[in-house]
Design a protein. Structure first.
Length: 117
């Protein structure tokens, strides 16, 4: 019986320890594109600048649903990181978004919190 409890505990905690990146707690439900007017933000199939582009969002576009964001380092490392390292990692933040049926990943540094209508 004890072995089953230990196995269950390991199964439940494994995603927290082995995931390459964790979603950021406290991220907003909706985003707005925060770029210079006339700019466009690429939306990609995967969280990488090398991934296929699935579309773009114009500067100021709002009501972009947040499907989850993550940074490049695992959450446990992020918690231990210095403020300087966290700032650099923020530039590596990717957010999975949905806008008018388009689903993809965008660089989190170009997004700001937006409120639902």
């Amino acid at each position: 019986m004890l072995g089953g409890v230990v196995a269950l505990g390991l199964c439940l905690s494994a995603p927290l320890l082995s995931s390459p990146a964790q979603a950021e707690q406290g991220d907003p439900d909706y985003f707005q594109v925060n770029m210079k007017p006339g700019s466009q933000l690429n939306v990609r199939k995967d969280p990488s600048v090398k991934a296929e582009k699935v579309g773009t969002l114009k500067a100021g576009t709002d009501q972009i649903a947040n499907l989850g964001c993550h940074v490049g380092m695992p959450y446990l490392e992020w918690r231990k990181a210095t403020t300087a390292v966290r700032k650099v990692e923020t530039r590596r933040k990717w957010c999975n978004i949905e806008y008018n049926g388009m689903i993809g990943w965008t660089a989190g540094q170009y997004l700001q919190e937006d409120r639902p209508e």
